[in-house]
Each structure stands twice: as structure tokens, then as C-alpha cells.
Design a protein. Structure first.
Length: 109
């Protein structure tokens, strides 16, 4: 995981190194539509990037370590299972959007 985080940070720094060149490249392409304020400074942009990796157990509705009524246990189990499904789906959407953005950036020239 530390290797991934280090690789991510290196990628951010590599991008920020060439970022000013990208801005200068689009300046003539946009002709009169170029606005300097549309492009944040590299330091501000650096704060927009981040990665945090955590290893957490995947809870299940059957993992209980407290005493409660069967009815309450069933409700909590459904809630846990629903939250795990929602997190999983959200993660897949974010990953898919990231992959799509990466492929458009790298494969369009």
C-alpha cells in the first residue's frame, strides 16, 4: 500500500511539473477564450489530490458482539448489509469514473 501511495504522489508531482506547460499550450488554442483564473496555481491544485488507503474488515449482518433483541439484531443486520452494498457500489462508480477520465486523458493525445 505504501508503494501505491508513493506512486500516486509521484504521479501528482509529475503532473504538476508539466501543468504550467499544459496551460501555455492551451493559451493560443483557446484564442480569446483563455482566462488565467480558470487555471489554479500548482500549489492550490496539489491540495486537490490525495489518496488514503485503509484496510478495514468488511462487516456482515451476522457479525454481532453485543446482546440485543432478535428484532433489533435483524434491523441492524439489514442496515449493515445495506451500507456495505452502498459503499461497494459507490467505490465501483468512482473507480469507473477515474478509469474513464484516465483513458480519455492518456489516449486522446
Amino acid at each position: 500500500m505504501r508503494e501505491f501511495e508513493a506512486s500516486f504522489e509521484q504521479g501528482v508531482e509529475a503532473f504538476l511539473t508539466v501543468y504550467p506547460q499544459y496551460i501555455e499550450q492551451v493559451r493560443p488554442e483557446l484564442n480569446g477564450l483563455f482566462r488565467e483564473e480558470d487555471y489554479p496555481k500548482a500549489e492550490k491544485l496539489r491540495r486537490k489530490f490525495g489518496v488514503k488507503l485503509e484496510v478495514l474488515p468488511i462487516p456482515t449482518g451476522n457479525d454481532f458482539r453485543v446482546q440485543m433483541s432478535a428484532e433489533e439484531q435483524a434491523r441492524v443486520a439489514r442496515e449493515i448489509d445495506s451500507n456495505v452494498r452502498q459503499s461497494w457500489c459507490a467505490g465501483r462508480r468512482i473507480f469507473g469514473a477515474g478509469c474513464a477520465m484516465w483513458s480519455r486523458t492518456w489516449w486522446t493525445g
